[in-house]
Ligand binder design. Structure first.
Ligand code: ADP
Length: 188
């Protein structure tokens, strides 16, 4: 399953490179120093050019579970939202709550800036080693709760997960099917 309509908000899963995404805002899997790095962070700064890093330097970092917004330099998006997910260390250090918070924070920032569409990568599941099946459930659940709670009042009408590998896409597809089944049976 790759699509779910939630009130007036559409949730969509695709495989691809987020730097090519034409959403109003794309989300970066940043680190708390906002210093750039490997993975999706490196790809965004390479494709977006130095203007994004100049803005990041002025922001002075970001706590885990939060996010900061900058322009998008040469990228097709309008904004980059730099979200800091947790490093996985076994699950007993509040990782699930911090991951959900990073998604929620990003959605609120997008809403504050009046954006209609936002694209996320799979936060924390690369260098930060969060198990992807668990991370997918949290990511999708958080977006679902946000869309349903905003009940049409948020500017955000489209949320796309741009997943880099086929395995990551599969994990998100399974999590989305599970969530849709739970909704249908009334348990979510
Ligand atoms: P983190 O440090 O939060 O774990 P990573 O960038 O290492 O962040 O990995 C997060 C996810 O982003 C991984 O699933 C990785 O495969 C994926 N990724 C890497 N490059 C891109 C890209 N250009 N577009 C979308 N996703 C990407």
């Amino acid at each position: 399953m790759r699509d779910l309509q939630l009130g007036d908000c559409r949730l969509h899963l695709v495989q691809g490179d987020i730097t090519r995404e034409h959403a109003d805002a794309i989300v970066n899997a940043a680190n708390s120093g906002l210093r750039g790095g490997g993975g999706v962070d490196g790809a965004i700064h390479r494709a977006g050019g130095p203007a994004i890093m100049e803005e990041c330097r002025r922001l002075g970092g970001c706590l885990t579970g939060e996010a900061r917004l900058t322009g998008a330099g040469n990228l097709p998006a309008q904004y980059v939202i730099h979200a800091v997910g947790p490093v996985w260390s076994g699950g007993g250090r509040g990782e699930a709550a911090l991951l959900a918070s990073a998604y929620r924070y990003s959605l609120r920032l997008a809403e504050e800036h009046g954006t209609a569409s936002i694209a996320f990568p799979s936060l924390s599941t690369g260098a930060y080693r969060y198990p992807v099946d668990q991370a997918a459930r949290i990511a999708l659940r958080t977006v679902l709760d946000y869309c349903l709670a905003s009940d049409g009042r948020s500017s955000v009408k489209s949320v796309t997960f741009v997943l880099f590998t086929a395995d990551t896409l599969r994990a998100y597809e399974e999590a989305l099917s599970e969530l849709a089944r739970a909704r249908e049976s009334g348990s979510a």
